[in-house]
Design a protein around this ligand. Structure first.
Ligand code: C5P
Length: 227
């Protein structure tokens, strides 16, 4: 690879998406939000009335979505990438707490993870890319040139998520958000397949006391040192 793969893993609400987006911009790299893939599978399952505990149905759904290239990203200069499902822009529809929780449940099925693995590798293999998720440095690209594990305290993460959801006009409470953050952490860290874990070689970044800018600068310097 001429240009590196940058893997960013970490729990929900650590600021991964904003940090990953800004870091990719700064480096001139393509951003791949792998959580959006799991969220889109959850949305497609909900729409197709496939239960989140129907392992076989979800596996079939994931494979058919991948094989028919039903899930796609579109990018245009200076704008956030959009996620398409069968050509429909579902970027907002996949951002609800319900679909977040649904993604966390469907992503525990090995058949779903296997279905999305090749797609993620295809999206990243050329390098010059920032991938963010839960198992990028451990499973998807264990040979990524630079790996980060981005985290923050549960309270800080819940506060960020709460403010983000409020800004979107969703009716949520702080307590409910904190509860959801903790529940999703437990689900993601305790699942049997590809649990959320810091890769041994991942650089630990705690963003609790830093602004997005400070965190991005620190990470950009570390990536530059590898190029
Ligand atoms: O990052 P985001 O909140 O969009 O991810 C939604 C869910 O998708 C996570 O809670 C996690 O269970 C799952 N996920 C995963 N592996 C990834 C990315 C996301 O299991 N690489």
């Amino acid at each position: 690879r001429n240009r590196p793969i940058v893997a960013i893993d970490g729990p929900a609400g650590a600021g991964k998406s904003s940090v990953a987006r800004r870091l990719a911009e700064r480096l001139g790299f393509v951003l791949v939000d792998t959580g959006a893939l799991y969220r889109t599978v959850a949305l497609a399952a909900e729409r197709g009335s496939i239960a989140f505990d129907d392992a076989e149905g979800l596996e079939r759904l994931t494979h058919s979505l991948v094989e028919s290239s039903a899930i796609a990203f579109t990018r245009s200069e200076g704008r956030e990438p959009r996620v398409l499902l069968w050509g429909e822009d579902v970027s907002d529809a996949i951002r609800t707490p319900e679909i977040g929780m649904g993604a966390s449940i469907v992503s525990a099925h090995p058949g779903v993870r296997a279905g999305l693995l090749d797609l993620q590798r295809k999206l990243g293999e050329g390098g010059g890319v920032v991938l963010e998720g839960r198992d990028i440095g451990t499973v998807v690209f264990p040979d990524a040139e630079v790996k980060f594990f981005l985290t923050a305290s549960p309270e800080v993460r819940a506060t960020r998520r709460y403010e983000e959801l409020l800004a979107k006009g969703q009716s949520v409470t702080f307590e409910g958000t904190l509860e959801e953050v903790k529940k999703r952490d437990a689900q993601d860290m305790n699942r049997a397949h590809a649990p959320l874990r810091r890769a041994p070689t991942a650089i630990l970044i705690d963003s609790s006391d830093n602004t997005v800018d400070e965190t991005v600068s620190k990470m950009a310097d570390l990536v530059q040192a590898h190029i």
